[in-house]
Write a protein that binds this ligand. Sequence first.
Ligand code: KIV
Length: 320
Amino acid sequence: MHSHTDRTRSATAVASQRTLSSEVADSPQRATPLTIRSLWKMMRSGERISCLTCYDATTARWLEQAGIEVLLVGDTAGEMVLGFPSTVHTPLDFLITLTAGVKRGAPNTLVMADMPFLSYQADDAEGVRNAGRFMTEGMADLVKVEVDRTFVPLVARMSRAGIPVVAHIGSRPQLSKQQGGYSAAGKSCVDAVALLDDARALVDAGAQMLLVEATPAEVAEQLVHESPIPVIGCGAGPACHGQVVVLQDLLGLTAWQPAFALPAIEFGPQLLAAARGWMQRVRTNDLGPHPYTMTDSQRDAFAAAAAARRSRSAGSGGTT
Ligand code: KIV
């Protein structure tokens, strides 16, 4: 049996869903789902690809309405949703569940799942199976792995299995413990050339898109020049075919943002104001009109039942 609270909650959910659907219906929406081919087409026509991280269906719905082409269910969910200090803690099953939620919220948007730490590094066969779970259970359209050329056999096996692989190169946050923190990649000529060679090897192995993080702009520019597949940049400069940032950075919800991901709005203070406004409404009982009513006959019957209960409990010395 549902409790009163459950029923109240689900009624509220239905009401807010109704509002949201009419808002969504009023705005132009993608009629057909985007595919990896859509991104290749955008790359060829010089149209920039917008990508944002997303971890839930409600936000995904809004981002699809905005027209964002790619939603990345990043392992940054471990930081943004679970509060871990780095992405190495992000659990696999958790990320698969979030991916499915994002896809349900944005069915016509390309959803890129991020394979978390140790879901693909220990063993290639396990990596292929875990990537497959992102596609079957998580309904992901693309699967991202943080790699260099030593992962060519894995990328080849994943590609052979029919998994659309995004090779995340450059700065690789899953190595942050080993490297003692985060740093830019390709800052020396040797490192920059190695990065280009990594990219080439991964493309040859079957990667269908590259994501390059934190490199000097000229390195990404050369990468774009050499790459036959789309290159999404994350702090890699303007030459990339597309750009990604963490949504919470863009919304101004994080305490600190990288220089390439400056907030578009200051949503944090707005959230604070909404929470404080709610506290005020709770304290003053300013709850708005109550949506649930009884018919007159049920109200009369209930009043009589309540009075009888009160007099019974008064007779037995009870307080209610
Ligand atoms: O997990 C993530 O959010 C990412 C982006 C920052 C590129 O990998």
